[in-house]
Design a protein around this ligand. Structure first.
Ligand code: HXC
Length: 513
């Protein structure tokens, strides 16, 4: 037995070394952690059970047979995060650049299959140079095996991807198919083709950071949902986001204990400015209404005219979608529509109720918007809200104009409740534009067009710049004072706790992509 024990511990020791001391040093010198150090940060102490530690690749091309590393560049298994079961894979850049080979892919697929069968989240820590070039088509096949499973698992179990190094080629598509991407600033990159290929094909000179760094994907492409200053903070943030999600689509997110008594928030009465042209920060409203310190924004620096994120209300997980009057007046455009639509669908898939704060002047006009598909993109948000079966509540804080009134979770598309503050303005358009269209002739014929325009604008505002027409129709369930919003919402979501709603039987809807 002694001999067997020694053999086994020798092999385990070899596997633990990954690509060897030198490469580990190089990894650390870049400000990066090793695959195992990352898992130590992610998982509860002593909870990790490794699977496939002794797996080897089978390739002999280009001398690969002489480059054997136990585990083949990825550490896989299961463990616990805050006591909850999760399945994990963590790519090891010190082994052939974390490149994905046949065996490497099989290990990932194995934990994906287990995660699906056992209804628990999958967390991928990605650090990979893409398909293992020496292996050819088998590594492409390996990627496709993973993509297929990502898609099959989508909406069944939460899938979270941390990007902790250069992820190139196929290495970016698996994360893109998961629910959330987290990137480390300065040390992680995502691109389908790197700067060298870009230079050859398009003659553009671009650095890795500019092409696919965390800041680029957070603000320009919207590919990443979260960024953090370093790997440890990325992992900490990932754990925070996981807390808002259930184990799988059949379960509800875990609720935290809530001590009632802080429902009134007088500060809310002073947030909306007297002039409806003045901006204010909708995040202040969100922070006041939700449990303090719980709001966790998604895609914070992308399409800032809409604010999306998770929060807790009386201890329960909710998804927030809110127009942001402090950025482009909170207008709906292509990016804001797709950002919000995606978030609504994620919440709906995982039984996270939706709370909408509405202050929207309408859809953004212009050739840029039209030619880039605002019709299709706006329809995505309409589609996402309309098909969501989770409890959904809207609070109209100020403007609810035009098509955007319909789209932003109106009663007509299935909101369970709609509240309005007394400052709400619910109409086809703002008074100024409305007066210009309706009284075009009178204005043109007048000796003092400005004066008549102003007069008609005031008339229209008097008739429509308030919530009472909508309330008279029952489109608004109640006009509430801002300071009371939190109390109303806690009761209302409690009332909707056992909501049962289902879509008509179908294969699947046809989201306007
Ligand atoms: C095999 C690879 C590799 C790969 C890196 N390595 N990428 N081995 N296949 N794809 C190896 C290197 O040879 C090196 O081995 C070690 O990993 C570290 O790589 P370095 O280049 O020294 O590191 P660094 O300077 O940090 O650069 C990292 C990198 C670069 C940006 C990822 O290595 C790179 O550009 N790699 C190729 C990226 C790529 O084109 N991948 C294929 C994409 S096609 P040693 O022995 O020296 O330590 C693809 C198709 C799938 O993925 C499509 C599905 C849709």
């Amino acid at each position: 037995m002694e001999q067997h024990r020694n053999r086994l511990s020798e092999l385990r020791e070899m596997a633990l070394q990954g690509g060897g001391e030198k490469r580990i040093e190089a990894q650390h010198a870049k400000g990066k952690l090793t695959a195992r150090e990352r898992l130590n940060l992610l998982l509860d102490p002593d909870s990790f059970e490794e699977l496939g530690m002794l797996v080897k690749h089978r390739s002999t091309n280009f001398g690969l047979d002489k480059q054997q590393f136990l585990g083949d560049g990825v550490v896989t298994g299961y463990g616990r995060v805050n006591g909850r079961l999760v399945y994990v894979f963590s790519q090891d850049f010190t082994v052939l650049g974390g490149s994905l080979a046949e065996s490497h892919a099989k290990k990932i697929c194995r934990v994906m299959d287990l995660a699906m069968k056992n209804g628990a989240p999958l967390i991928g820590l990605n650090d990979s140079g893409g398909a293992r070039i020496q292996e050819g088509v088998v590594s492409l096949g390996g990627y496709a095996d993973i993509f297929y499973r990502n898609v099959r698992a989508s909406g069944v179990i939460p899938q979270l991807s941390a990007i902790l190094g250069p992820c190139a080629g196929g290495a970016v598509y698996s994360p893109a198919l998961t629910d959330f991407i987290f990137m480390a600033e300065g040390t992680s990159y995502m691109f389908v083709t790197g700067p060298n290929v870009v230079k050859t094909v398009t003659h553009e000179e671009v650095t890795s950071e500019e092409l696919g760094g965390a800041k680029t994907h957070a603000s320009k492409s919207g590919v990443t949902h979260f960024t953090a200053a370093n790997e440890a903070l990325v992992i900490q943030h990932l754990k925070k986001v996981l807390n808002f999600l259930p184990q799988n689509c059949e379960e509800d997110p875990e609720a935290l204990v809530y001590a009632p008594g802080d429902e009134q928030r007088p500060i809310l009465d002073a947030i909306v400015p007297d002039s409806s042209q003045q901006p204010y920060d909708m995040r202040e409203v969100v922070n006041q209404v939700c449990d303090q310190g719980t709001f966790t924004e998604v895609q914070k620096d992308y399409a800032e005219n809409i604010v999306c994120g998770f929060a807790r209300l009386a201890g329960k997980s909710i998804g927030i979608v809110a127009n942001q009057p402090a950025f482009l007046a909170g207008v709906l455009d292509n990016n804001a529509s797709t950002k919000a639509a995606r978030f609504v669908r994620t919440c709906d898939a995982f039984n996270v109720p939706l709370l909408v704060f509405e202050d929207v002047p309408g859809f953004l006009p212009g050739t840029d918007q039209e030619w880039n598909g605002i019709i299709t993109n706006g329809a995505k948000l309409l589609f996402a809200f309309s098909e969501a079966t989770v409890p959904r509540i809207t609070v109209i804080t100020r403007k609810a104009y035009g098509g955007a009134y319909d789209v932003m979770n109106s009663q007509h598309i299935g909101a369970d409740l709609v509240y309005a503050w007394p400052t709400a303005e619910i109409a086809v358009m703002g008074a100024k534009g409305a007066a210009e269209i309706i009284f075009k002739r009178e204005i043109a014929a007048s000796e003092d067009p400005e004066a008549i325009w102003k007069e008609k604008e005031a008339e229209y505002a008097e008739l429509f710049a308030h919530p009472y027409n909508a309330a008279a129709r029952g489109y608004v369930d109640e006009v509430i004072l801002p300071h009371n919003t939190r109390a109303k919402l806690i009761r209302a979501f409690g009332m909707l706790q056992n909501k049962v709603d289902a879509l008509p039987r179908k294969k699947h809807g046809n989201l306007p992509l």
